[in-house]
Design a protein around this ligand. Structure first.
Ligand SMILES: Cc1cc2nc3c(=O)[nH]c(=O)nc-3n(C[C@H](O)[C@H](O)[C@H](O)COP(=O)(O)OP(=O)(O)OC[C@H]3O[C@@H](n4cnc5c(N)ncnc54)[C@H](O)[C@@H]3O)c2cc1C
Length: 413
């Protein structure tokens, strides 16, 4: 049998893989995307930030997103810090650079991810669902293909490609294979969540906001979804949780002793089983190697406190597509281009991680969180501290400076 050859082969049909795939196909490259599940498939990660909007524009799906009637998220409502009174963050208040990027969406991930996968197919990507990548092909130290199995008991096949993208999410195929994962010792959490019906929304302009409520032992999220349910979750340090039953009890106790979350859920009923996940932040020691790169959760995962996972996945996928397109045109610059990809991505990732660490100390005033945001993204104080806080947590600072590829600058490799 003749082995197939593609320009790019991608592992994983989540937001990062589908973004990278669609943008490369639009640029005329032949792309194969391999996904182990059959879509639509369940996924956690429902609250997005405005930083995804420029990528949705690049993908050409802004209209489709608007028509889908996902809940519009205009900001975040926080019960966090010294003062226990809820405070709102409105994305529209991020200052002069906000432009049209003043909102995001609360998405049912099975639906959002299907929109992205369908868009990739429509853009010309060859998609294999219910197919698992089981290994990578290397020749003379360069990654040059994938080994995969279709269905439950399928035969193993191989495919070759000029470049490989690992977007396998928390399965982190390549990072695990080469023992590259670095865990963040200060962010080893566990999450438990369920879906509720019959709860109340926040008031007025904040109706589509995520509510984030901090408590002594952890924090709660409440996300309104367009199917009429609310996603309710608890994040707390791993290791103090006991077994599954104790964790479920803890979830109920935390809701009962909360203020805002309990108020909104007063007349609500749980409408799903509980789900749990290990919620440990990590990143790979490197985001690339000869013939391959990592993107999305396959490169690194930040605690969900600021709902930045889908943003990082989309931005990473977009950045990866620009990098690969460029290195096909200038193969002699591959090492430099990949180093530039990693730097752009890792810089913003590190900013988010260090801000999450700072924010987890809930004994501070909200102004001190704003000041920290300015210190991280705007040391020359071009904006107010509040605007910098909003820009950081909405992914807007990442759009205008940190992730931008300036090809005229040299990068040392
Ligand atoms: C508790 C919790 C809450 C979260 N809340 C939020 C939130 O509110 N907002 C937010 O933005 N983010 C949130 N996240 C993070 C978010 O879920 C991820 O960051 C995001 O899904 C990453 O996208 P991705 O494309 O990198 O990976 P994924 O979305 O995980 O996609 C990876 C895909 O690869 C496929 N795959 C894996 N292995 C293989 C294989 N061997 N072969 C073929 N296919 C494979 C998988 O089936 C999957 O479809 C949360 C995470 C957790 C744990």
């Amino acid at each position: 049998m003749v082995e197939q050859v593609f320009d790019v082969a991608i592992v994983g049909g989540g937001p990062s893989g589908t973004t990278c795939a669609a943008l490369l196909a639009k640029k005329g490259h032949s792309v194969l995307l391999i996904e182990k599940e059959k879509f639509p498939r369940y996924h956690i990660g429902e609250s997005t930030v405005p930083g995804i909007l420029p990528v949705l524009e690049e993908l050409g799906i802004v209209e489709e997103m608007a028509q889908h009637a996902f809940v519009i998220k205009r900001g975040i409502t926080l019960v966090w810090g010294k003062d226990r009174k809820p405070w709102d963050v409105n994305f529209a208040d991020a200052g002069p650079l906000t432009g049209p990027y003043d909102h995001a969406f609360q998405v049912v991930r099975s639906e959002f991810d299907s929109i992205l996968l369908t868009n990739a197919r429509r853009s010309g990507v060859a998609v294999l669902e219910e197919t698992s990548v089981v290994d990578f092909l290397f020749e003379q130290g360069r990654c040059c293909g994938l080994k995969y199995v279709q269905g439950q008991n399928g035969m193993q096949s191989t495919v070759r490609a000029r470049f490989i993208v690992d977007a396998s999410g928390q399965n982190t195929l390549l990072a695990r294979k080469y023992d590259l994962l670095e865990w963040d010792e200060g962010l080893k959490n566990v999450a438990i969540w369920a879906y509720y019906q019959g709860g109340k929304a926040l008031d007025g302009y904040a109706a589509g906001n995520i509510l984030v409520e901090n408590m002594q032992d952890g924090w709660l999220w409440l996300i309104p979804l367009h199917d009429g349910t609310q996603s309710i979750g608890l994040v707390m340090p791993a290791g103090h949780t006991g077994g599954r039953q104790a964790l479920e009890q803890k979830f109920q106790d935390m809701i009962a002793s909360s203020v805002e979350t309990r108020r909104l859920l007063a007349s609500a009923q749980r409408a799903s089983n509980y789900r749990t996940a290990r919620d440990w932040s990590y990143k790979s020691k490197t985001f690339y190697g000869s013939g391959f790169l990592l993107t999305g959760d396959a490169a690194g995962f930040v605690d969900p406190l600021f709902s930045t996972g889908v943003f990082l996945a989309l931005r990473g996928g977009s950045l990866a597509s620009a990098t690969i397109d460029r290195l096909f045109k200038e193969p002699e610059k591959e090492a430099e281009l990949l180093a530039r990809y990693e730097k752009s991505y890792r810089d913003f990732f590190d900013v988010v991680i260090s801000f999450v660490h700072f924010f987890y100390d809930a004994s501070k005033t909200k102004e001190s969180y704003w000041e920290k945001a300015q210190e991280l993204i705007d040391p020359i104080q071009q904006m107010t501290i509040r605007q910098d806080f909003i820009r950081l947590i909405s992914g807007q600072a990442g759009i205008v400076d940190v992730m931008k590829l300036d090809w005229s600058e040299e990068v040392q490799v």
